[in-house]
Design a protein around this ligand. Structure first.
Ligand code: NDP
Length: 246
């Protein structure tokens, strides 16, 4: 049987990019999958169709990661549709790259609301449902540990915060058999961080492998952490960054 047979996963921000790859991979491993999105209803429906076309089960729910009521409703709908929730993947995130002094307080608030408060909101609501053997996985960033470029001050602060969120929560829910981990991507080719363009060159130079990564590189790590073989990994930050932080 598939590794995640009988499990239900919710992946936030999964209409495109890394989240969409994670949703498809968890479904391929046998999980029922719920995804959230904000604007990309068509793209989200496409992810659901791809999963169903491959014989899996999926739903898409519009829920801004910063909107606590909407996120709670998405989690409730996941539980009513699939009968439970075992795996939460906090993937929704955004960056507004520019020098800190040119960043407005509204832009800083938005980054904090989605990348940090959004992780608190979803995890808070999900933990009421997640049973023994459950998984909480957050997509942090290699810049949560080490910073090689200017322009991501608030963003890197939120990613450093989710690293410590992971370690703190691991201590609280470990006795219930729930693991909490942080997957830290390096440069991955998505709409948020396209592999072509001037913004990409210094990031490539910073990697040991001298190239961008693919969304499936992150999905593979998330699938491993979600699976039964990773039951003794918790409070960990697992870096998948082509050697950026080496
Ligand atoms: P993309 O911008 O390519 O995709 C973001 C996804 O999240 C989309 O499906 C988008 O859907 C959804 N989304 C955006 N805002 C919200 C919100 N407020 N609430 C719910 N959903 C939302 O991003 P990536 O795939 O590149 O990034 C995913 C995660 O990986 C983020 O946490 C990011 O910080 C992290 N990361 C990415 C790296 C990279 O190089 N790409 C490197 C390190 C970390 P919609 O348009 O419908 O809202």
């Amino acid at each position: 049987t598939a590794k995640l047979e009988g499990k239900t996963a919710l992946v936030t921000g999964a209409s495109r990019g890394i989240g969409a790859a994670i949703a498809k991979r968890l479904a391929a491993d046998g999980a029922r999958v719920a995804i959230t999105y904000t604007r990309g209803a068509d793209a989200a429906a496409e992810v659901v169709r791809a999963i169903e076309g491959a014989g899996g089960r999926a739903i898409a729910v519009r829920a801004d990661a910063a909107d606590a009521a909407a996120v709670r409703a998405a989690i409730d709908r996941t539980v009513t549709t699939f009968g439970g929730l075992d795996i939460l993947v906090n993937n929704a995130g955004t960056a507004i790259p520019k020098p800190f002094e040119e960043t407005t307080l509204e832009e800083i608030d938005r980054v904090v609301d989605i990348n940090l408060r959004g992780v608190f909101i979803a995890t808070h609501a999900a933990l009421r449902h997640i049973p023994q053997g459950g998984r909480i996985i957050t997509i942090g960033s290699c810049v949560g540990e080490r910073m090689g470029t200017p322009g991501l001050v608030a963003y890197s602060a939120t990613k450093g915060a989710v690293k410590m969120f992971t370690q703190g929560l691991a201590r609280e829910v470990g006795p219930r058999g729930i693991t909490v981990n942080n997957v830290q991507p390096g440069p991955i080719d998505t709409d948020l961080n396209p592999a072509a363009g001037s913004w990409a060159d210094p990031q490539i130079a910073n990697t040991a492998l001298k190239r961008y990564g693919h969304v499936d590189d992150i999905a593979a790590m998330v699938a491993f952490v979600a699976g039964p073989e990773a039951g003794y990994i918790t409070g960990a930050s697992l870096t998948v960054d082509g050697g950026t932080n080496a």
